[in-house]
Write a protein that binds this ligand. Structure first.
Ligand SMILES: [Zn+2]
Length: 325
């Protein structure tokens, strides 16, 4: 990226950039959906006039700018800083801390924190909008990992045993479960604990049962795995990491690499993450992985994809401020 690009330094240029991404065929009224250019006019103001990016819709008599209905709406932060923050978050493989963003953007830590959470909201995918992963002849790897202490350290049932830190018995960690299709996308989830029920919930909702499923030897994968075309596991406790079965290579290295990037980001960059926000950080890492350079997506294009996704998320991001951080 070139930091001297006007879209990062000039609010008007940033707005034009955003308009080109959001409205490739001309302005769209967010109030009534009107796209008829003849009935949408730029509002001429007193001073900055055309530079405000304000439009008037004749169809519904409403006014709007390109940020109405997006996670950038109602913000006093100049748009060039939003565009820059979006680029930094889209391009940093392990994420970027709010302290770092604050310094680079010249905004307060609190503002940087809110901006990064709004951008994470844009990165999140509506579960209803996506189809099943895998399918006939496809391989899906599933694994679980533990990150950070749970807020509630009271063990409730024996099911919680799986969330105990192996070296600190009784110390309950947050559980993350994820599925990855080889050569495809990842989906990560924060779950209460790893057990047959949560495995079923994540697996059956997200993976096509005609897939081949690869996991480790954990008990909770065995029963749900029976519903799949084939289920193979490697026994890590017996130091088995890769097994060849004919033309099949059984391993869970793909998902373990995903977890490795996530953990390096969470310990090295973010350090502190409230349990209530964990799913947002998972969405951030999933967003980048699913648009990784191995799939032919480079930083600039990944940022454009992010700036496309800022719309239609505002109902959920409003909750962010309510949860403690
Ligand atoms: Zn309208």
């Amino acid at each position: 990226m070139n930091l001297t690009d006007p879209i990062y330094t000039d609010a008007d240029k940033a707005r034009e950039h955003l308009e080109a991404i959001q409205w490739p065929n001309g302005p769209v009224c967010p109030h009534c959906g009107n796209v008829d250019r003849a009935t949408i006019a730029k509002v001429e103001g007193k001073k900055k006039s055309h530079r405000d990016g304000l439009y008037y819709c004749n169809a519904c008599a409403g006014q709007f700018t390109v940020t109405v209905g997006t996670v950038f709406e109602s913000s006093h932060v100049p748009l060039n800083k939003w565009v820059l923050a979006s680029h930094l978050m889209a391009a940093s493989k392990k994420g970027i801390s709010s302290h770092q963003l604050s310094r680079m953007l010249g905004v307060s830590y609190k503002t940087a924190w809110f901006m990064s959470h709004r951008i994470r909201e844009a990165m999140a995918v509506d579960p209803k909008s996506r189809g099943p992963m895998g399918g006939e002849g496809k391989t899906v790897e599933m694994d679980e990992t533990y990150y950070g202490p749970k807020d509630d350290q009271t063990p409730r049932t024996t099911k919680n045993k799986s969330t105990a830190h192996p070296k600190k018995p009784g110390y309950l960690k947050r559980t993350v479960m994820a599925l990855v299709e080889r050569g495809g996308e990842v989906r990560s989830f924060h779950v209460e604990s790893a057990n047959v029920e949560t495995v079923k919930e994540v697996l059956f909702r997200n993976a096509d049962r005609r897939s081949t499923l690869y996991t480790d030897q954990a008990q909770f994968y065995k029963q749900p795995g029976k519903d799949f075309d084939a289920h193979r596991s490697v026994n890590h406790s017996k130091d088995e990491w890769v097994r060849h079965e004919g033309d099949k290579v059984v391993h869970t290295n793909t998902i373990e690499n995903v977890f490795s990037v996530f953990k390096r980001g969470m310990t090295g960059v973010y350090q502190h993450c409230g349990e209530a926000h964990l799913h947002r950080y998972l969405a951030e890492f999933d967003f980048r992985y699913n648009r990784r350079s191995k799939l032919g997506v480079e930083d600039t294009e990944r940022t454009v994809m992010l700036l496309e996704a800022i719309r239609g998320k505002r109902l959920t991001y409003r909750r962010i401020g309510e949860a403690a951080h």
